[in-house]
Design a protein around this ligand. Sequence first.
Ligand code: SOE
Length: 405
Amino acid sequence: MAAASDIGTAVIGTGFIGSVHVEALRRLGVDVLGILEDTPEHGAARATELGLPRAYASLTALLSDDAVQVVHVTSPNHLHHAQVREILASGRHVVCEKPLAMTSGESAELVALAASTGLVNAVNFNIRFYPLNQHLAAEAEAGALGEVRLVSGHYLQDWLALETDWNWRLEPARGGALRAVGDIGSHFLDLATFLSGQRIVSVMADLATFIPVRREPRGPVLTFSSERASETVAREISTEDAATILLRFENGARGVVAISQISHGRKNSLRYEIDGSLAAAAWNSEQPDELWIGHRERPNELLLRNPALMNAAGRAAARLPGGHVEGFGETFRAHFAAIYADVAAGRPSERPAYATFADGHDEMLVGDAIAESARTGRWVEVRRAGPAAELAREAETAAALGGHA
Ligand code: SOE
């Protein structure tokens, strides 16, 4: 089996998250052969800044490099579908940033295409790969929490809290119809299912746009950028700044989550509480090395991330001994280690710990239900039947049978 260092990779997009991909791949020892940006000039500048051998002039040029076996897609959301299709068609494995696509129709097609090729396909729900989240998912699957009954929490940020804050995600044509829900709510919803082992079956959602007019600066703006442009133009905003969502899971468990990108002082705060019939667990992404475990009939516990005290899944995601805090960037390394083990094996494993296109597509279906519920003011079921879901399921079944659909 090939080692990670024998695997050639390229990254599309070198914004905030694209740069995190490059650094994590380097930590893993993968050979990052080059990048693709929105223009050749921008790519050349970024390749130099990142100390990379080359910038490809186009996706065609990138896919003409036989040394590239895996492509990471971190471009704006509206480019994902076309780029991923071309990458899969060229016979390369692909890691795509969330959300997988702009619509569930697009994501269903990508699931089918990926399954038909047998290539490794992943969506970057990296928050699964904080070691304590890997540890808790395995503990919960082994019954440590008992029957999961309630999942509550939030994902709050403040980088879009001012009317002068701007980013491509604000524009439906580039980010999609759901913004806060698609960008960060998707992490919480994926994690809730990953940790509880239960899929979301219906939702009741309320979306709010508190800043209906923002000041768009002339020229591009990096995610989380605090630069203030001198010249701006007023733009009407239709995508949601915040969402409050009630959830029902397939085992009858209930959930509630607040999502916001306008919460002053919360820089990147995902918090969950999972209440089971035997015990509870709670975690905060801004203190990721601590897992609170709640008990009714004995003292509560606080598990500090420590390979010596975690299960195999937690240990596999950890790199440093206890007390040496591992953070956001480390989750990409752990995530990619799981993905590249499958790349080295030449095909997806039976039950990947990472989110596949099927998980990314399921997220899109939950998003469809959230959008419909917000429009109608009613509880809406997640529609896993229907043409898009059927297409994805057929392809997955064929792939599981070892053939390619
Ligand atoms: C911006 O909200 C962002 O970079 C998201 O796009 C990432 O998925 C999240 O992990 C951090 O914040």
